[in-house]
Write a protein that binds this ligand. Structure first.
Ligand SMILES: *Cc1c(COP(=O)(O)O)cnc(C)c1O
Length: 471
């Protein structure tokens, strides 16, 4: 499989190249040249496979020219062996229609671990292969986090050879648990940076660095944000895992996805393209509802970010939406580049008819405010005794409001462990969720973090002074 840019003006790369590159050189995002698909019989045969084997089956068509089937299974076994639940992503039932897919049993308590544990191993694998001239490879990862990507990425690469990681987070806008999960990792290849500004400001700086030749000529800059295709590929697996348990491929399943950067729900779109019978993908947003407006009436226009109790969804610009728009518009890279240039200059764009109609066939959307979020946390607790986190609660609110036919199971993706956001959970239920033992003495450990102004040049200079130049 090779990978092409959504903006049509970057070289096609194989899986290894797309994984190490992250963003394409024309500013676009890499997508597979075509969608591999499974027959109904092939999907039926996957029922009951252990998670690591299912992951190997789903990922193999995407990686085939870069990894053998045997090596891929070794990597999926290592990545998912670190999860605290034997099922890796267990399903729980609320009532006759509503289900919860728990994606937070990894080391840093959010669904990001499912993808990043795999990505850390892929980086190590590919960087261990020497360049054609025999020199060793290294990678400077630069990322922005609204909270959970940062800790999951840092856990996945801390101490690994060949990789330095620089992680930007918006100062004061991530929870204490989220911040400490990043800043207490003292491995010398880990660099945390708190910037004055929002997540979108941090993400814009990261994107700018990828297109800054003064930086890219000196350093191999790589991405761990969900602009990296390998992350989305790994996330496709749990859609299959959940649907197979609920009767797929013989019965369709709907999913409700707490959405920020549109990575997780795009993985659901990929699962549908690969043949999984998905009745509907419900895009759940908080009051930062650009995606809800885009899907409901074609208006993709960024406002200002309102901080909420679900900070990983406090996003106005959803990078991965471009992958969907590209696919729905006949994969026309020239048109996509023009559409995105318009968005970048005016912060607004209208979806084309093909994009609106294509999206409407599979996606619906809903928005939850603070009261609806708290109500969903209480409903889950009353229905089953489960404490759910604020992001998951927004998904559950949308799932229950979506009006899906009663014969179709609706699975809400539980994207974070409730103990990551204990205050909101306690306010809604009167019960304070406890951190699982596997995170250890998080609140007693030393923190290390630089603070920088919301200024690109300051961040670039900080990275340049500490990163390992290209060989
Ligand atoms: C990252 C994150 C999201 C949003 O996922 P996207 O792939 O960016 O849409 C939702 N919930 C939690 C807890 C997250 O960490």
């Amino acid at each position: 499989m090779d990978y092409i840019s959504t903006r049509g003006n970057a070289p096609a790369l194989n899986f290894e190249g797309a994984t190490l590159a992250g963003l394409a050189s024309d500013g676009g995002l890499y997508v597979p040249r075509s969608w591999p698909s499974f027959t109904k019989a092939e999907i039926a045969e996957m029922a009951g496979l252990p998670y690591a084997q299912l992951a190997q089956r789903i990922m193999l068509p995407f990686v085939a020219d870069s990894l053998s089937a045997e090596r891929l299974l070794e990597l999926t076994t290592a990545a998912y062996g670190r999860f605290a639940h034997a099922a890796v992503t267990p399903l729980k039932q609320f009532d006759s229609q509503q289900w919860l897919l728990e994606l937070f049993h990894g080391p840093t308590l959010a669904f990001k671990d499912v993808a990043l544990q795999m990505l850390g191993l892929l980086f190590e694998e590919f960087l261990s292969r020497p360049n054609a001239d025999g020199t060793t490879r290294n990678l400077t990862i630069v990322g922005a986090t609204s909270g959970d990507t940062g800790s999951a990425a840092i856990d996945a690469v801390a101490g690994r050879a060949g990789v330095d990681i620089f992680m930007l987070h918006p100062k004061g806008r991530v929870s204490d648990v989220q911040r400490r999960q990043m800043t207490t990792v003292l491995a010398p290849n880990v660099h945390n940076i708190a910037i004055d500004g929002s997540f979108d400001d941090a993400q814009a700086m990261v994107k700018r660095m990828f297109n800054d030749t003064a930086m890219t000529s000196r350093f191999n800059i790589g991405a761990v944000n969900s602009i990296n295709w390998a992350r989305l590929m790994a996330q496709v697996v749990y859609y299959f895992a959940a649907a197979l348990q609920l009767g797929a491929p013989h019965r369709p399943v709907a999913f409700s996805v707490p959405t920020g950067n549109f990575g997780d729900v795009f993985a659901g779109y990929v699962a549908a393209k690969m043949g999984l019978p998905i009745e509907r993908l419900i895009v759940a947003t908080n009051v930062n509802d650009i995606l809800h407006r885009a899907l409901a009436n074609g208006d993709y226009s960024a406002g200002t970010v309102t901080p909420t109790a679900a900070p990983s969804m406090d996003i106005q610009v959803s990078s991965n939406f471009e992958r969907l728009l590209f696919d729905l518009n006949g994969r026309d890279g020239v048109a996509m580049a023009a559409q995105m240039a318009g968005f970048e200059s005016t912060k607004a764009m209208a979806l084309t008819n093909a994009q609106r109609e294509g999206a409407a066939g599979l996606f619906s959307s809903a928005r939850a405010d603070a009261g609806e979020m708290a109500q969903a946390i209480r409903w889950a607790y009353d229905a089953s005794g489960e404490l759910i986190d604020p992001h998951t609660a927004i998904g559950l609110h949308a799932a229950r409001a979506a009006g899906i036919d009663a014969s179709v199971p609706v699975v809400t993706l539980a994207t974070a462990h409730p103990a990551k956001f204990p205050d909101a959970v306690e306010r809604a239920t009167g019960h304070r969720p406890l951190l699982p033992a596997r995170v250890g003495d998080l609140f007693d450990r030393e923190e290390r973090c630089a603070e920088l102004p919301g200024d690109y040049d300051a961040v670039a200079a900080y990275v340049a002074a500490r990163a390992t130049p290209k060989a």
